[in-house]
Design a binder for this molecule. Structure first.
Ligand SMILES: Cc1cc2nc3c(=O)[nH]c(=O)nc-3n(C[C@H](O)[C@H](O)[C@H](O)COP(=O)(O)O)c2cc1C
Length: 207
């Protein structure tokens, strides 16, 4: 499946077939593809919680305005972002040195740059978490589409309640839910919503 085909095939499906299950291994395979998403300084601010059991999905539904898709889906990915993600710079850059694609000197500069940029700037941490988490989410949905799964992104949830119900660390924010499963064939897809064309949204060189 090429990228255009995946972009065209991906829809926010209205209903899932509750009899279909997905293994955690299959979710992880798709997660590893989505991990190819770009992030600032390759700091990968995303963290993933998978609501997989019936109990976990019931718990999630209760803090997601009772959206039926949460329990119908085979699993629901809670895409999260870690405000403290920039501290991963040590681990990530160590790997680059071990592979011979970076040097200790370059690594030290990257570490200083990442810590300097984010450590005392909560707004910047939040911006990066939402930017990175959003790019990861789209990559996940396209990779899931290619693997033959349907998805539905959902912003309709209560972040504080999700954090409390699933024991998220204080620095970890839920960003988006992505239900994954097989579309319920008895519930028709809505016609694709109107998209504003390039001629209406693009400004060239100056607004
Ligand atoms: C950030 C975000 C939040 C969304 N929240 C919900 C939601 O809570 N419930 C829902 O049914 N659909 C939700 N959607 C799905 C959108 O309504 C859907 O993507 C949009 O109508 C376009 O349809 P399409 O994805 O099939 O092209 C959300 C989508 C995004 C990207």
């Amino acid at each position: 499946m090429d990228v255009t085909a995946a972009l065209e095939a991906r829809r926010a499906v209205p209903s899932f077939d509750p009899s279909v299950s997905i293994t955690v291994e299959e979710v992880s395979r798709i997660v590893d593809k989505a991990n190819l998403a770009p992030s600032s300084m390759n700091l990968q601010p995303w963290k993933i919680l998978v609501a997989h059991s019936a109990e976990a999905k019931e718990t999630l539904k209760a803090v997601s305005y009772n959206q039926a898709k949460v329990t119908e889906a085979s699993a629901v990915i809670v895409v999260c972002g870690d405000l403290q993600h920039f501290r991963q710079v040590e681990q990530i850059t160590a790997d680059a040195v071990a592979q011979g694609v970076s040097t200790e000197e370059r690594r030290s500069r990257t570490i200083a740059m990442a810590i300097g940029a984010y450590e005392s700037d909560l707004q910047k941490q939040r911006d990066e978490v939402f930017r990175g988490g959003s790019l990861w989410s789209m990559a996940f949905m396209l990779a899931a589409t290619e693997a033959g799964w349907d998805t539905a992104p959902m912003g309709g949830f209560e972040p504080e309640k999700v954090a409390e119900a699933f024991g998220l660390p204080e620095s970890v924010l839920p960003i988006l839910l992505i239900a994954i499963g097989k579309r319920n064939p008895e519930v028709a897809l809505y016609p694709r919503g109107y998209r504003l064309p390039a001629t209406e949204i693009v400004h060239v060189d100056r607004w």
